[in-house]
Design a protein around this ligand. Structure first.
Ligand code: SF4
Ligand code: SF4
Ligand code: FES
Length: 574
């Protein structure tokens, strides 16, 4: 039902069931918010969004108050502005004064609000509580001193990620956000997805930065520093350098990284092609033996940790393929190094990923060979942007360059790994070829690319129909996994990505991107797939060469040793 309301003496349309805030936003009126976040249940915790409603004595929180017919609202009356200012001053009263050194300096919603409300002096002084910095996780740092208790992280971890690691602990002025029994993150059920970092308005949750480590590695001349760029990274940071949001800047990044001093630059989409080849061979083996089906993807380390903790009984169904990051790390140290006449230990292997769980994955004891980690250090997309600025590279004034050989060619299928459904779509293409010896007439499968949380796609392959399911984020996963557990699910392959939309929306991506920006990243990947000629992993000549020259055959003895891994139950305090 539609009706009219009056806002700041203007008549505006409104819709029954909307909140005041949603109505204001639809009409282009901006009211500041802190705890509110699209897609999460409103809590009215911070009160920054208050407005004055005629006939109601107290100011109301617009994010949690329903709009009513004929309401008369003032969004910026002196009383409202004063209240907001006092609320922010109270938040600042016990906030650490180290903004200049904070991870979020220049990118902090609390800082922005202070500027917006013209807060220029400390009028309220509160007792600064001392809190221990939680540095235990290789992915996420927790700094409770900077927490403003907005609860965005708690709701994201629970309502979106279905993990529920974070909760409010203690009461009153002692309240903090922490994990069960206030254990450090690394000992909790946290799957390191980083989605809480993406929503935290301050520096209370941020990534475990490896920027200092990478500079040390670059300055150490006793090894070659080799870098791989994740498929989603190249379409996710153009706007950081004043270029069009979502633009693919792969060539510019390769050039910038060489200028910074990386000895070799590779594209992880190449090893995504390798993952496709290995996954298809593994799936067909299981299909023929009629065992361990449906095969469930294992490219997303946050999902793998989730399975280890909450669904250990389903671990035999997980693909044994390492993720593209780890496969690339392994072939760099075990094939590329030898080709260059180097010892594996003379290579320092770095990856840039859109994901914080990749930092966790690289440190897993399983991800090693001969005592050496496949990947020595992982940077997030955000850290890459910082590194490029640190080295003073002008991205608008460099010429694009190609990635290094022997992994310099990728298929567009490998690039599709960046988006939800992309792994399944790429596997379907090569599976079709492996079974029929022909290529799909139309390899683009739109059903895999939809934004639905659960996508079911049947692909006719010769005489068989292969059934694929894609879990886009973890929200709808529980029900699906229950049906897998009970044997009711009708599928051969299930792709799971912990972040909605896939890696383009990962926890290591630049702050401030909206839904449109994230969709544009995926759109760019799909456009590349439309125009490029090598659309399938099995058509990548460098992949074929790698098998001929070194690996011999997919899922063969060498591959199993270097590119496959098994997972086991992980006990955590829930
Ligand atoms: S990283 Fe993910 S799982 Fe861990 S606390 Fe944050 S949202 Fe929850
Ligand atoms: S850690 Fe960040 S997101 Fe979570 S309650 Fe504190 S300020 Fe809000
Ligand atoms: S944004 Fe409305 S109460 Fe926090």
């Amino acid at each position: 039902m539609n009706f009219e309301i009056e806002v700041n003496n203007r008549t505006l349309p409104a819709h029954k069931g909307d909140t005041i805030l949603a109505t204001l936003n639809k009409n282009g009126i901006k009211v500041p918010t802190l705890c509110n976040l699209k897609g999460l249940s409103p809590t009215g915790a911070c009160r920054i969004c208050v407005v004055e409603v005629e006939g109601i004595q107290n100011l109301v929180t617009s994010c949690s108050y329903p709009v009513r017919d004929g309401m008369k609202i003032q969004t910026h009356s002196p009383r409202v502005v004063k209240a907001r200012k006092t609320l922010v001053e109270l938040l600042l009263s016990n906030h650490p004064d180290d903004c200049l050194y904070c991870e979020r300096n220049g990118n902090c919603e609390l800082q922005d609000l202070s500027v917006e409300l013209n807060i220029r002096e400390r009028r309220i002084s509160g007792k600064k509580t001392r809190h221990r910095l939680d540095l235990s996780s290789p992915s996420v740092v927790r700094d409770p001193a900077k927490c403003i208790l907005c609860g965005r992280c708690v709701r994201t971890c629970d309502e979106i990620q279905s993990v529920a690691t974070l909760e409010f602990l203690n009461r009153g002025s002692n309240t903090i956000v922490g994990t069960t029994m206030n254990r450090d993150l690394n000992f909790s059920s946290c799957i390191a997805c980083g989605q809480c970092v993406m929503v935290c308005p301050t520096g209370a949750l941020h990534e475990h930065s490896n920027l200092d480590d990478i500079q040390d590695a670059l300055n150490n001349k006793s090894h070659k520093v080799v870098l791989q760029l994740g498929p989603a990274v190249t379409v996710s940071l153009a706007e950081e350098f004043g270029l069009k949001s979502g633009k693919d800047i792969n060539g510019l990044l390769v050039a910038a990284l060489r200028k910074i001093g990386f000895d070799f630059v590779f594209d992880t989409s190449f090893s995504a092609d390798l993952t496709i080849m290995e996954s298809v061979a593994e799936l067909l083996e299981r299909f023929k033996a009629k065992e361990n089906l449906p095969m469930i993807s294992s490219c997303c380390p946050a999902w793998v940790k989730y399975a280890e903790q909450f669904y250990p009984d389903l671990l035999p169904l997980l693909s044994t393929c390492k993720s593209p990051q780890q496969m690339m790390g392994s072939i760099i140290k075990n094939y590329f190094a030898q080709n260059k006449g180097l010892k594996s230990s003379e290579i320092f292997s770095v990856s840039v990923m859109p994901c914080l769980a990749k930092k966790f994955e690289a440190q897993r004891p399983e991800m090693t060979s001969k005592g050496l980690s496949d990947v020595d250090l992982v940077l997030s997309t955000r850290e890459l942007a910082k590194l490029i600025r640190l080295y003073g590279i002008d991205m608008q004034a460099i010429e694009p360059q190609l990635a290094d050989n022997p992994f310099g060619t990728r298929s567009s299928a490998g690039k599709l790994f960046a988006s939800s459904g992309g792994t399944a779509e790429s596997i379907a293409r090569t599976l079709y070829n492996s079974v029929t010896n022909k290529d799909m007439l139309s390899p683009k499968i739109n059903e895999f690319r939809s934004g639905s949380e659960l996508k079911k796609v049947d692909i006719k392959v010769g005489e068989e129909t292969f059934k694929f399911i894609v879990a886009n984020g973890l929200t709808e996963l529980k029900e699906l996994l229950q049906s897998v557990r009970s044997g009711e699910v009708d599928a051969h392959y299930i792709e799971v990505m912990a972040c909605k939309g896939g890696c383009v929306n990962g926890g290591g991506q630049p702050f401030g991107a909206n839904d449109k920006d994230v969709k544009q990243r995926a759109k760019t990947i799909f456009e590349l797939d439309d125009v490029e000629t090598i659309k399938c992993a099995h058509k990548n000549p460098m992949i074929l060469n790698l098998y001929q020259d070194f690996l011999e055959k997919p899922n063969g003895e060498k591959s199993k040793k270097l590119l496959h891994v098994n997972y086991s139950q992980r006990d955590v305090l829930l």
